[in-house]
Write a protein that binds this ligand. Structure first.
Ligand code: HEM
Length: 141
């Protein structure tokens, strides 16, 4: 948790509010996937996704809503989810993990969120990202 003038990220819906609620998350995820879709450095992870990114965008928006303390939209719309398990078939190595986090960091920077919020989010997202890498490891030859 990070304490910032009364706002404690990770407590209740503080992170959700700080990001700007569902509207903020939608802006963030759209920018994230636009960057992944256009930056040559991210091509390896882009190519793991379907050609049409609409459902990927919607699912990440819904997931992050609950993950940040807002409404649990993913479970409501798509049912239960286990983040490492849904990635288990993918060849995600350290580079893939870091590229995903890099796209997220770039999106956060562009949207000009406060520095402490950006640091908090990248730190927290690094945990599931690393967990995903570790379950995907057997796929890497
Ligand atoms: C470690 C780097 C990551 C890579 C390379 C990656 C890549 C992908 C890909 C390719 C898909 C689409 C799978 C498919 O359609 O078959 C996907 C789905 C998804 N990812 Fe990730 N991901 C990463 C990390 C994360 C993290 C950290 C989160 C959450 C904080 C996340 C949340 C999701 C969600 C919610 C879905 C939709 C799952 C579903 O279809 O039900 N991903 N990811």
């Amino acid at each position: 948790m990070s304490d910032t003038g009364g706002l404690v990220y990770g407590q209740g819906d503080a992170t959700y509010q700080a990001v700007g609620g569902l509207e903020g998350i939608t802006r963030l995820v759209n920018r994230f996937y636009d960057l992944m879709d256009s930056l040559p450095e991210a091509q390896t992870i882009r190519d793991m996704h379907p050609q049409d990114l609409s459902l990927s965008r919607e699912k990440l928006i819904c997931f992050l809503s609950g993950w940040m303390g807002g409404e649990k939209l993913f479970q409501q719309r798509f049912g239960p989810i286990n983040i490492p398990r849904v990635h288990k078939h993918l060849p995600i190595d350290e580079q893939g993990r870091d590229m995903w986090l890099w796209c997220m960091k770039k999106a956060l920077n562009e949207l000009q969120y406060p520095e402490d919020l950006k640091i908090y989010l990248i730190e927290q997202l690094s945990f599931p990202a690393e967990r995903i890498r570790s379950v995907c490891e057997p796929n890497i030859t």
